[in-house]
Design a protein around this ligand. Structure first.
Ligand code: PMT
Length: 418
């Protein structure tokens, strides 16, 4: 695999003193690193040290005439395979969330298509502040990966959640499967594959102003789409009506009803290698959609429902269809219902999650148990973006066993025998 190019942005927190160590840990894992510092970062660590450890000049200023003669900030934004901000201060997170770009580092963050990770570091009371948490959530919903913070003693003498994650752990998280000293780095197990993810709810119209729907926020599906993109896949996200920004670099198709979801899925399924159905599809829809708003003249009213198409089952039935992963959202007998769906819909895998008051739907965190024909794996409660990465890793492993490299080798072997 090609050498990973990491653009490290250093902002003005005390943890900036750990960034020379971070650069070394990233380079130990084979990555090339270029550093951009904010003005306040220079109060905690010097340009000279970071230049020496990275082996590249350090940039601090958007108005560097020599570099900007060749549009240096755009060049840097294009150069990076990954942008990492460590430490990320509360103030920097706020600027990033607002999309404001008064300096070189914020400008680079807007100008790059590379995935962005931040390692926040600040006093634990600041980290808990509603404004900081709102910015964290906003960044996370746009696909920014948040590494930490860690718990422990802080420079201010207090203890709590706010320390920057240690340099080695950041390097390991960023360059997951890297071996030491220049070997392969940043494994992307879905490189060259196309993944389709369905996400969010559907809405089934009753009349021009009313519909039947459910509580899905799209958080789980969007996190899976983002994680699949980080794993190197081209991702098509088919989304029900949710107010979420499009994660960077993804193709998104918006739908409303189960029938529209069915049509959009089948219109784009031909090139898909892995299909993940995280959408909460209305199983039934009103038999008749009134063309005018229903008036409240009757004391009671009854709606007649018919079954919606089952998108997941229809994809699993395709003759040479993709590797198919379904969800089972259950309030009780989770395992039993999940295994029934796995068999009835003929899926390759099913991700079972318990749903109900305060769990599953709408929450930031989720737990899951994944089943396939001859195995299963439990995933404890975690943020949906963390869970999604772990799920994608497992899906990629199972896909490569069943459909990917091994199958390709077997098929090649069979072909060469003929
Ligand atoms: O969106 P969030 O707020 O983050 O919540 C996440 C979630 C709880 C919605 C998600 O984790 C989840 O469980 N999604 C699937 C919800 C669901 O509809 O489950 P189900 O057990 O009813 O359906 C089984 C599977 O068949 C699902 O993969 C579903 O997408 C698919 N299906 C169902 C009916 C239908 N007509 N077509 C389908 O494709």
């Amino acid at each position: 695999m090609a050498q990973q190019k990491i653009l490290l942005g250093v902002t003005g927190g005390i943890a900036a003193y750990k960034t020379p160590e971070l650069v070394r840990r990233l380079r130990d894992r084979g990555a090339a690193v270029q550093v951009v510092m904010t003005r306040s970062a220079a109060r905690f660590v010097t340009e000279t040290v970071l230049q020496a450890v990275s082996g590249h000049p350090v940039r601090t200023n958007l108005w560097d005439e020599q570099a900007e003669a060749a549009m240096g900030h755009i060049e840097l934004a294009r150069w990076a395979d990954h942008v990492l901000i460590a430490p990320a201060t509360a103030e920097f997170m706020a600027r990033l969330a607002a999309g404001s770009a008064p300096d070189l580092l914020t400008t680079l963050c807007l100008a790059t298509r590379a995935p962005l990770s931040i390692a926040p570091a600040m006093n634990h009371v600041m980290w808990d502040h509603a404004a900081v948490q709102a910015n964290r959530e906003c960044l996370q919903s746009r696909g920014v990966r948040i590494l930490g913070p860690a718990e422990g003693d802080q420079a201010c003498g207090e203890t709590g959640l706010g320390r920057m994650v240690e340099p080695d752990a950041i390097a390991a998280a960023l360059l997951a499967d890297a071996t030491l000293a220049g070997a392969t780095v940043g494994s992307q197990p879905l490189q060259g594959r196309t993944v389709m993810v369905t996400a969010g709810p559907t809405r089934e119209a009753i009349d021009p102003v009313r519909f039947v729907s459910n509580r899905s926020s799209g958080k789980m599906g969007y996190a899976l789409a983002q994680a699949a993109a980080e794993a190197g896949a081209r991702v098509v996200l088919v989304s029900g009506p949710v107010q979420r920004p499009v994660p960077q670099g993804l193709e998104r198709i918006m739908i409303e009803s189960a029938e529209e979801l069915f049509a959009a899925t089948h219109a784009h399924i031909d090139d898909v290698d892995i299909f993940i159905a995280a959408a909460a599809v209305s199983d039934y829809r009103p038999r008749r959609v009134e063309s005018q708003k229903i008036k409240k003249t009757r004391a009671e009213m009854t709606l007649d429902f018919v079954k919606s198409p089952d998108i997941l089952a229809s994809v699993a039935k395709l003759a040479s269809g993709p590797f198919t992963v379904g969800f089972a959202a259950e309030t009780h007998k989770v395992r039993e219902h999940a295994l029934t769906k796995l068999a009835a819909k003929q899926l390759d895998m099913i991700i079972a999650n318990e749903v109900g008051a305060g769990i599953g739907f709408e929450q930031d965190e989720n737990a899951a148990h994944v089943y396939w024909r001859d195995g299963d794996q439990a995933f404890p409660l975690a943020h949906k973006s963390t869970l999604a990465r772990a799920l994608i890793e497992l899906i990629a492993q199972r896909y490569n066993v069943g459909f990917g490299e091994d199958t390709a080798v077997e098929l090649t072997a069979l072909a060469s025998r003929d």
